[in-house]
Design a protein around this ligand. Structure first.
Ligand code: HEC
Length: 194
């Protein structure tokens, strides 16, 4: 498409809307048109996880220890204490860093028995999903040092009433956060430090 064709394609629907009497009160800024046009033709940028700097949650760690669907099915069908999960993970993945092993053990203690298809979101996913719509993730989450009980306590504040998480999700979130937060300022990308 030439630039002229793109512009025409953009303007046509506006003309049509006006003809029907329900057009916009003001035309879009002139500079807007070429931006939209070139966006439409550009190949989308490669996907990249802007939050890759955050410690992995149980959902990402599970397949690192239990690599096959069969192994995961067997593990997820079990129920046991967090201490027993830690002992199993230490035996099955002796090289896993301690913080990750504790994160996975806590996650498994919260979610089992279950199946891979029904696996609830992990703490990292829950924080990204629920903690950045009203304030920054950096101040409200990444820089907070709290134990499990204090993380659960954040849900008691009246202003946190709208957060829609099940009791199980709150437990998963509190365990992940107590183990993995706060982060070091230097480990957070500069553009997220607000
Ligand atoms: C519905 C909006 C909303 C959402 C969603 C939200 N917060 Fe907040 N949060 C607030 C408001 C309002 C305050 C108080 C004013 C302020 O400090 O900005 C606050 C304050 C805080 C504080 C400091 C005060 C305190 O309670 O200790 C923390 C920590 C916090 N939020 C954590 C979180 C976490 C963790 C999540 C995700 C689970 C979250 N927030 C999601 C609205 C929200």
């Amino acid at each position: 498409m030439t630039g002229r064709t793109v512009l025409l394609a953009l303007l046509l629907p506006i003309g049509f809307a006006f003809a029907n009497g329900d057009g916009p009160a003001t035309l879009p800024d002139r500079e807007d048109a070429p931006t939209v046009g070139s966006n439409a033709e550009a190949t989308p940028p490669p996907r990249r996880d802007a939050f890759a700097f955050m410690p992995r949650g149980g959902g990402d760690l599970l397949p690192r220890v239990y690599g096959t669907p069969e192994a995961r099915a067997e593990v997820l069908a079990r129920t046991q204490s967090v201490e027993d999960w830690q002992a199993d993970i230490a035996a099955d993945a002796p090289d896993m860093p301690e913080t990750e092993a504790r994160t996975l053990a806590a996650y498994l203690a919260n979610v089992t028995p279950t199946t891979e298809a029904e696996l609830p979101p992990d703490g990292r996913t829950l924080a990204l999903r629920h903690c950045q719509s009203c304030h920054s993730l950096f101040t409200g989450y990444l820089m907070q040092r709290r134990d499990r009980q204090a993380w659960l306590g954040t849900f008691a504040s009246p202003f946190h009433g709208p957060i829609d998480m099940s009791a199980q999700e709150k437990a998963i979130f509190a365990d992940y956060s107590a183990i993995n937060m706060p982060m070091q300022v230097g480990d957070v990308p500069a553009e997220l430090r607000f």
